[in-house]
Design a protein around this ligand. Structure first.
Ligand SMILES: *Cc1c(COP(=O)(O)O)cnc(C)c1O
Length: 380
């Protein structure tokens, strides 16, 4: 088995035997000729299987775990999540991380709850809270590790073991660290989901989602759901994702280094009240992430001492861009309380620490001195 960076650098490069193309062709074909009655080239109709998407899914499966692992590409991260959550039925209960991505929370509350699937939210960084939330009808534990935006870290191995004892699946949203840093299937999780819009794509030019599993019965169900509900990733977007994946290890390493530099600098800044970055030894998730991951990612959140400064910071940045999303080569700054987490009730947001002083940085690949000077200027 090749190393991860080799697999990713050659994503889609050895697929086209006919021409030897080393860039995966984009198969804009909705349907495929049959050689004869009852015969197939392996491709019949692109919702079911498309060559460009298949090359992407094969790369992702190899990157996630190889042997027996399968990956499925969807039209967005939420489409991937929606497909995975269709594994469950009315009456089922899901225990979830309380400071979830806002769109995931909305999916749980506005689509699943009316359908009869109840989510209960706990601080999944606290194993005892997870233990107490598990009941006989709990069918899954859903984790975001680290969580968004406060970067709390759940113990995936311990929670997966606990869930298994209860006959519940463990699903991990691994968007923030990716398989380059954290490998939930190897820690005992059953399904991993990604917003591939973020680090996997990495260039803020495509909306995409991925689900992976190494459990054959779950893979068969997700494959069925992908085709039956049809929220597939198109061939052009599959190609963009193949292109992005090639440089993921390089991007992430650089982004992570800059994130640590900025987090350390922010932690010393007089106008900054608190910094949340798991790479800092003072972060409560630091030790756990050191054990279960091989890096700390490039997301940094911080609280300014004076909330009146927030509008000026957002309007004043000139290297960071004030925009939602994360994980791309370009650095972004977000105000979670009114953007990514607006769907969470204000009192819950406040309790979780997603308050009017909290800003979130997605650190890109720009020169870190330019990023630091940009923040220095707007904080003054
Ligand atoms: C963005 C995001 C999602 C949703 O993905 P889309 O591609 O925007 O549909 C889910 N989980 C996390 C952690 C995210 O950051």
């Amino acid at each position: 088995m090749l190393n991860l960076d080799t697999i990713l650098a050659q994503a889609g490069s050895r697929w086209d035997e006919k021409t030897g193309a080393i860039s995966m062709p984009v198969y804009h074909s909705s349907t495929f000729r049959h050689p004869g009655l009852g015969r197939s080239t392996g491709f019949d109709y692109s919702r079911t299987r498309n060559p460009t998407r298949a090359a992407l899914e094969q790369t992702l499966a190899e990157a996630e775990g190889g042997d027996g692992t399968r990956a499925f590409a969807f039209a967005s991260g939420l489409a991937a999540l929606d497909a995975v959550l269709r594994l469950f039925h009315p009456g089922d209960r899901i225990v979830a991380t309380e400071d979830l991505y806002g769109g995931t929370f909305r999916l749980f509350e506005k689509l699943l709850r009316p359908y009869g699937i109840d989510a209960v939210y706990v601080d999944t960084a606290d194993l005892e809270q997870v233990r107490q939330a598990l009941e006989p009808r709990t069918s899954a534990v859903f984790l975001e590790v680290p969580s968004n935006p406060l970067l709390n870290v759940a113990d995936i191995r311990a929670i997966a073991a606990l869930a298994k004892q209860h006959g519940a699946l463990t699903i991990v949203d691994n968007t923030f660290l990716t398989f380059c840093r954290q490998r939930p299937l190897e820690l005992g999780a059953d399904v991993v989901v990604y917003s591939a819009t973020k680090y996997l794509g990495g260039h803020d030019d495509v909306i995409a989602g991925v689900a992976t599993t190494h459990r054959p019965e779950l893979a068969a169900k997700i494959a069925f759901l992908q085709n039956a509900a049809g929220a597939i990733l198109g061939p052009q977007d599959s190609w963009l994702l193949l292109r992005g994946l090639k440089t993921l290890p390089l991007r992430l390493a650089r982004q992570e280094r800059s994130a640590l530099t900025l987090a350390e600098w922010l932690a010393r800044h007089p106008r900054v009240a608190r910094v949340f970055y798991p790479g800092l030894p003072t972060h409560p998730g630091h030790e756990r992430l050191r054990q279960q991951a091989s890096g700390f990612g490039a997301m940094v959140a911080f609280e300014v001492a004076d909330p009146a400064q927030v509008p000026d910071i957002l309007a004043g940045v000139s290297v960071f861009m004030f925009a939602e999303s994360l994980g791309g080569v370009q650095s972004l700054i977000t105000f979670p309380a009114v953007q990514t987490h607006a769907d969470i009730a204000p009192d819950i947001r406040e309790r979780l620490g997603i308050n009017n002083r909290l800003l979130r940085l997605s650190v890109g690949i720009e020169n870190v001195d330019d990023l630091r000077q940009d923040l220095e200027r707007v904080l003054e």
